[in-house]
Ligand binder design. Structure first.
Ligand code: FE2
Length: 247
């Protein structure tokens, strides 16, 4: 079986298993990117060893499906009152490299609040916490691979990577895909952010077309009158035009 095709359509007596492709190298940010300071410390010092795909990678456990609550997708209804900020709807489809919907897959998000502050001990910059916003949610895709979150638009925040460093507003995404070994993590940005040109994390994805795949699109179809703007963010897990992922 060729490496390009990955583990393709193997079938056991119990279950049909769908394979996956390795992502294109140019869509993957380098492990050590000079402008992104902490990559210098955590990047491996020796070349990675490419292991062949095996059946166990795509039949292993996928965690988190159990116990996804009916309101876990709505980050504005996790506390007694609504959080401050601009309410938004974020949705899209999760597809594999061949355009097929990835069904019943866990999508998790986490983000800063409207003031750009995380509930995390490491975030002590002078912006207020919101007692009505935790900033984490999860959901499962439906039969068309669709997901939908209700949240508030996160603020930009300073991150100390270099002088006057600010992250563009973003939402972190984690997707398990069809198997544990396919879990991937990325960030979703908002269109037209003036901080794109200054952000080494965004620009560590060197292919400009791949960077565009990390930017959501304003979506009038999912905008709810008198209530919330909609943003569409489709995620392609594998293939020629995948959404760039963090390592
Ligand atoms: Fe962040």
């Amino acid at each position: 079986m060729s490496e390009e095709a990955g583990v393709a359509q193997r079938t056991t007596s119990e279950t049909s298993v769908t394979g996956y492709r390795r992502e294109a190298a140019e869509s993957r940010p380098p492990l050590d990117y000079p402008g992104y300071g902490s990559t210098r410390l955590r990047a491996p010092t020796r070349p990675p060893i490419l292991l062949p795909h095996s059946l166990s990678e795509i039949t292993g456990p996928v965690y988190g499906h159990e116990g996804v609550g009916p309101l876990d997708h709505d980050l504005t209804r996790r506390h007694d009152r609504e959080p401050l900020g601009e309410r938004i709807v974020v949705g899209g489809r999760v597809l594999d490299g061949d355009g097929r919907p990835v069904r019943n897959t866990l999508v998790e998000i986490w983000q800063a609040n409207a003031a750009g502050r995380y509930i995390h001990a490491a975030d002590q910059h002078p912006a207020p916490l919101d007692p009505n916003f935790t900033g984490a949610g999860r959901t499962l895709t439906d039969d068309d691979g669709r997901y939908r979150f209700i949240t508030i638009k996160p603020g930009a925040y300073p991150w100390g990577n270099h002088e006057n460093a600010w992250r563009p507003a973003h939402i972190h995404f984690s997707l398990f895909g069809p198997a544990f070994a396919t879990r991937l993590v990325t960030q979703m940005y908002f269109p037209g952010d003036p901080l794109f040109a200054y952000d080494p994390i965004f620009n560590s994805v060197r292919d400009p077309r791949a960077r565009e795949r990390m930017v959501s699109a304003f979506d009038m179809d999912s905008t709810v009158p008198e209530w919330a703007l909609g943003y569409r963010f489709d995620i392609v897990l594998r293939g020629r035009e995948p959404t760039p992922f963090e390592d």
